[in-house]
Design a protein around this ligand. Structure first.
Ligand SMILES: [Zn+2]
Length: 396
């Protein structure tokens, strides 16, 4: 997680705790200003400063001092355990949450929050059954506790229990009044995949169609639906993939390979060429359409035309390794590479490089492919193509 994202999580957590606590902060008042006494501690102010500037270790240190002076300060206890978890000291977080839960003077909201936080500690530590139990208990105390619902939803996703994850996300969207259509569509797509794997063809199709009714930009739902029809009906497959391109042109390239196959199966090879040409005309910088067309032409025995397209693609996108690789393959097809150059190209092809780098915009996790859910931070729809620009001055 980046520092900024971590800070956002912490500030959101602290904000929630302070808001929930504000009305109940009447037990321990400083005589002068009517505020809880711990807030007058210089360590509290210093701790918040460190927290706001993302210095988590010193923040932990300062808030621990506040808690030693004021062991009853519930929100300090909650923030501190949250901090321990975020810096990887999950055991300490669990201990603090348990101590907190042993108190008999917690409000309903405080108890639910502490149980939900404990659930997240367990989830982070990999104790998924205990996490589930803690979330359930939190929701028994307060069925509308967002932290518990969000944690529970993530837990369902981690266990690949897509239907439950979908239902939990629906509840969350209703409570938060948020528009979660795209995430719900991804979850429906996962439900469809499970059904398809189990051979439940109609159920799978219904799930993919529901996904598209939730958000028509859900590219993986089109791809899965097309895959379902690929063997049976190439014309229908092609039409589904064309809809995917129309709904999310920036993801068109994901439909290229199956679409090329579908056109070939229905004997309409030239439609793929037409499609790529149309996309190139719409956006002359679209190197993926040029690359797809170049590959198609090379396979058809027209490497000379392919090379022209690739060189045009490199003019506006000199950084794209995939295009360079295709240039070398095309030169090989044109018979312009000697044995040494051919060996070199083979070495590059076999190297474990990020030839098509994609990156998660939340946690910066990198992959060599488009991923719908980040395997690291578990967020949906956060991957983008990583654009590496030329070095300053255009020279390396
Ligand atoms: Zn991520």
């Amino acid at each position: 997680m980046t520092d900024t994202a971590l800070l956002a999580v912490l500030i959101a957590g602290v904000g929630g705790i302070l808001a929930g606590r504000a009305w109940a902060a009447s037990r321990e008042r400083s005589p002068r200003e009517g505020r809880p006494a711990f807030r007058a501690s210089p360590h509290y102010t210093q701790g918040l400063h460190y927290l706001a500037t993302g210095q988590l270790d010193p923040a932990t240190h300062e808030l621990a001092k506040v808690l030693r002076e004021h062991p009853d300060a519930v929100e300090v206890q909650q923030v501190l355990s949250h901090l321990h978890r975020e810096v990887g000291q999950v055991e300490k977080a669990i201990d603090l949450h348990r101590t907190l839960l042993a108190r008999s003077d917690l409000t309903r909201a405080e108890r639910a929050h502490a149980l939900a936080s404990l659930g997240t500690d367990y989830r982070r530590a990999g104790f998924l059954d205990r996490a589930a139990q803690a979330y359930d208990e939190a929701l028994e105390v307060d069925p509308r506790n967002l932290l518990a619902l969000e944690g529970q939803q993530k837990l369902f996703e981690e266990r690949r229990e897509w239907r439950q994850a979908y239902e939990a996300q629906t509840r969350l969207a209703r409570l938060r009044k948020s528009d979660d259509g795209l995430v719900l569509a991804y979850l429906q797509t996962e439900m469809g995949h499970e059904a398809a794997l189990a051979g439940l063809w109609e159920e799978a199709e219904a799930a993919f169609r529901t996904a598209l009714s939730l958000d028509q930009r859900a590219t993986p739902a089109y791809l899965a639906l097309a895959d379902l029809w690929a063997e049976r009906d190439p014309a229908r497959t092609a039409s589904i993939l064309e809809s995917a391109i129309a709904a999310a042109p920036e993801r068109a390239y994901l439909a290229f390979a199956p679409l090329e196959k579908a056109y070939a199966r229905s004997g309409e090879h030239s439609r793929f060429v037409d499609l790529c040409e149309r996309l190139i005309e719409q956006d002359p910088r679209d190197w993926r359409a040029r690359l797809a067309l170049a590959r198609h032409l090379r396979a058809e025995g027209r490497p000379g035309e392919a090379l022209g397209l690739l060189l045009r693609a490199l003019e506006s996108n000199p950084h794209v390794l995939l295009v360079h690789l295709e240039v070398w393959r095309t030169l090989r097809a044109l018979g312009q590479l000697g044995p040494d150059e051919q060996r070199y190209v083979t070495t590059v092809e076999e190297s474990a490089l990020y030839v098509d780098p994609h990156i998660c915009t939340v946690c910066r996790y990198r992959a060599d492919d488009m991923l719908w859910r980040c395997p690291h931070c578990h967020e949906w729809n956060t991957f983008v193509e990583e654009r590496v620009g030329p070095a300053a001055g255009g020279q390396v």
